[in-house]
Design a protein around this ligand. Structure first.
Ligand code: C5P
Length: 297
């Protein structure tokens, strides 16, 4: 047990659950590089209904258990981002707090470009802010979230957003139509730093986006003019990404196929969530695959 933790509080209430949704980068332009090596980005981010879950129950000290179909590789990890988030929040609260037994139900593949770890950390911050009655709220947690990773701030609200800076500058996304997504990962986990390091060539300008897209086809044709600048280096280091993209492009009804984040998960955009769910079943069963809806704004 952590020494900053007090005894379990009887008044702390029942178990809390927070959903940690998959983050999809509809485009990702690398616009520059900071002196510290971090890259400046411009990205339109949406969240799929595909998700991990973080639950919390009163306990003595801080602890984390991990389950779920994708939890295996994390079980051996001593310092999961969820625990680091919990310790960081306890530290800034600056007073003794009741302990919490956290549980992470992992359904999103690890190190796969859809921000699973970041979404888990964001969900833990939201759950503990409520549990501890700190009242910091999503906006107040953003600076803290950034210390855990560049993608954690956007995952706090888990709603469509435009990301700039290294991920800390969040602004409104265009008004989006309803659409469906297929996600596919070739079951290769791809650490982010080597992908950024392998990126070459000039930096991209930020995208020019409209205020709104009225339908999925219009959105897809605008997105086709944009790109994920990390796709070429990811394909270089992980050729299976090209296979996944080809399979997604071949799905009937796919409007656009692209890699998300630093990969290896790729997505295809569909006009309807139901069509996306059906299409996902046609992909190789050896891959991690998912089809369904995007979370509405
Ligand atoms: O912030 P996060 O832990 O997700 O970043 C992992 C690594 O990815 C960083 O150490 C850095 O090498 C790279 N990165 C980057 N520019 C970003 C985000 C991540 O270069 N905006």
């Amino acid at each position: 047990p952590d020494s900053t933790m007090g005894p379990p509080a009887g008044a702390a209430g029942p178990a809390l659950a927070e959903t940690a949704r998959a983050k999809i980068n509809l485009h990702l332009h690398v616009t520059g590089r900071r002196a510290d090596g971090y890259h400046l980005l411009d990205s339109l981010v949406v969240f799929a209904e595909a998700a991990d879950t973080v639950t919390l129950a009163p306990a003595e000290g801080l602890s984390l258990t991990i389950g779920g179909p994708e939890g295996g590789v994390l079980a051996a990890e001593p310092d999961n981002l969820v625990l680091r988030a919990a310790r960081l929040l306890a530290e800034v609260a600056g007073r003794p707090l009741p302990g919490a037994a956290l549980h992470l139900e992992k359904r999103l593949p690890v190190a796969s470009g859809i921000g699973g770890g970041s979404a888990d950390a964001a969900a833990a911050l939201r759950a503990l802010d409520r549990f501890w009655g700190l009242g910091i709220g999503v906006a107040g947690l953003e600076a803290l979230a950034l210390r855990l990773g560049a993608d954690v701030p956007v995952c706090l609200a888990s709603r469509p957003a435009r990301m700039a800076g290294v991920g800390e500058l969040l602004s409104a996304a265009p008004r989006l139509p309803g659409f469906g997504l297929v996600l596919a990962n070739p079951r290769v986990s791809l650490p982010t730093p080597p992908i950024f390091a392998a990126r070459t060539g000039p930096f991209s300008p930020p995208a020019v986006l409209p205020e709104a897209w009225t339908d999925a086809a219009a959105m897809a044709s605008a997105l086709r003019e944009l790109r994920n600048d990390l796709e070429p280096p990811a394909i270089l280091l992980c050729p299976a990404v090209a296979e996944v993209l080809a399979a997604l492009r071949a799905l009937p009804g796919a409007l656009l196929a692209r890699m998300s984040g630093s990969g290896a998960t790729c997505f295809a955009l569909f006009a309807e969530a139901e069509a996306a769910a059906r299409a996902a079943e046609a992909l190789p069963p050896a891959w991690w695959r998912w089809g369904g809806a995007v979370r509405a704004a």
